[in-house]
Design a protein around this ligand. Structure first.
Ligand SMILES: [Zn+2]
Length: 133
């Protein structure tokens, strides 16, 4: 199975090698790069040692190519990207912007949800396909 992540705005690929690349900002950090695992439910973060990420703090995610803010419209604490499997089906992948909050949702174009992570119960109620665009 081949999985590709891409920006919903510029359609540029966020997948590089075996990681998904994001530009990030947070309080005290004007810009950095963060690599996440492409495997939903696997929470590994890789970033430059000069960056300090604290459990529970909120990180803003941006497309590293076009700078698009990946925050889910109307739900400040979640971010979203597009995912494509085997060059065919596309999904939305929604995840928490909080470091240490393990919840990820895969949502089909038809609105079917699949959740991942030990905290996935947290946001499931506020998630609706209507939010995604
Ligand atoms: Zn983009």
């Amino acid at each position: 199975m081949k999985t590709n992540f891409f920006c919903p705005k510029c359609q540029g690929y966020l997948s590089v090698a075996d990681k998904v690349v994001f530009a990030i900002k947070k309080k005290g950090l004007d810009g950095g790069l963060l690599l996440l695992s492409p495997n939903l439910g696997e929470y590994t973060y890789e970033y430059h040692p000069s960056i300090e990420l604290i459990e529970g703090e909120e990180i803003d995610f941006f497309c590293p190519m076009c700078g698009y803010d990946l925050t889910l419209e109307g739900v400040k604490k979640l971010a979203r990207v597009k995912m494509q499997i085997d060059d065919k089906e596309t999904f939305w992948v929604v995840f928490s912007k909080k470091k240490g909050e393990r919840c990820t949702y895969k949502i089909s174009d038809g609105g079917e949800k699949e959740s991942f992570g030990e905290h996935s119960g947290l946001n499931i109620d506020i998630l609706s396909i209507n939010l995604l665009k």
